[in-house]
Design a protein around this ligand. Structure first.
Ligand code: ATP
Ligand code: MG
Length: 276
């Protein structure tokens, strides 16, 4: 069986739509394209987890089974000193309406993972080693990263084939794009891993703002970013995308007619073409 492609959703900037992209891409890959998908929540904020699970269901799961805090061996979460098996932490078919979508939820205990792993040799390779055991069960594994490049993100990147950058089309985000590329170059050299950029997705686009359309146009044509692929599909600012997590549902199950749903259906097709 073929191995899954592992993709990290990445940006050092917060609140740009990484989690929204991860959750909805994962949903449409499974629902519309029959892919076997694993969504992995690397962020201690647990936003991706709580976008597809109710708080009660998540609490029960975290208590009884385990989360990414166990997978990454956060000291504050370890039971009996035994590292948890990754496979035990997978919530199979997390949404009954979306067969084929599995989740490894996160936990607040990941907040101090950098301190917990400080003296651990090979700390950025823990996830890569453990995911290898289930990689053939999936077509795509999506890693929702926190807005930094610390230990949790390094674990995601070390295992990934590619990364996707969700970004808002504004001036400061443009500066962030350069910083991100620079820091990633450094990590790639130091940790010796290979990873390619799948592309940049413009998110929270307000079509009526000339500032947004001009920034998008400028980036697409800027020589500095010639090597980067910018997705044709852009994700519009759409309140339905912000409402959906309140019901622990992706946009498709909240309002399939919303502009955000339409955009994510198109993005998923383009994503698959890029993945090859
Ligand atoms: N296209 C959109 N339209 C409207 N609201 C959006 C859109 N994308 C994201 N949001 C909302 O904006 C907030 C931030 O989005 P999200 O959590 O996806 O960003 P993030 O990059 O994962 O943030 P963080 O860096 O904190 O992990 C959330 O409340 C989300 O529901
Ligand atoms: Mg997030």
């Amino acid at each position: 069986m073929a191995k899954a492609k592992i993709i990290s959703l990445l940006n050092m900037k917060g609140g740009v739509g990484k989690t929204t992209c991860a959750v909805n891409l994962a949903t449409y890959l499974a629902r519309d394209h029959g892919k076997r998908v694993l969504l992995v929540d690397f962020d201690s904020q647990t936003n991706a987890s709580l976008s597809v699970m109710t708080e009660t269901a998540w609490e029960k799961w975290a208590d009884k089974h385990g989360t990414m805090a166990d997978v990454l061996e956060a000291r504050s979460k370890k039971k009996h000193g035994e590292p948890e098996k990754l496979v035990d932490c997978i919530v199979r078919n997390v949404l009954p309406e979306v067969p084929g979508l599995d989740l490894i939820p996160s936990h607040l205990a990941l907040t101090f993972i950098d301190l917990d792993l400080a003296a651990r040799p090979g700390r950025e390779r823990i996830f890569a080693r453990k995911i290898a055991k289930v990689i053939e069960e999936y077509d795509v594994i999506l890693c929702d990263c926190p807005p930094n490049l610390m230990s949790a993100t390094q674990n995601a990147l070390y295992a990934s084939d590619a990364y996707l950058i969700p970004m808002q089309p504004d001036y400061l985000s443009t500066l962030g794009l350069n910083l991100l590329q620079d820091r990633l170059g450094y990590l790639k050299r130091e940790l010796e891993f290979k990873i390619r950029c799948l592309g940049v997705v413009f998110t929270r686009v307000r079509g009526w703002l000339r500032y947004h359309s001009e920034t998008i146009e400028r980036l697409r044509t800027d020589n500095e970013f010639q090597k980067l692929y910018f997705f044709d599909t852009v994700i519009p600012e759409n309140i339905k995308l912000a409402e959906a997590p309140m019901e622990a549902k992706p946009i498709e199950l909240h309002d399939s007619g919303a502009s955000g749903a339409e955009a994510f259906r198109a993005l998923t097709k383009e994503f698959l073409t890029r993945l090859g």
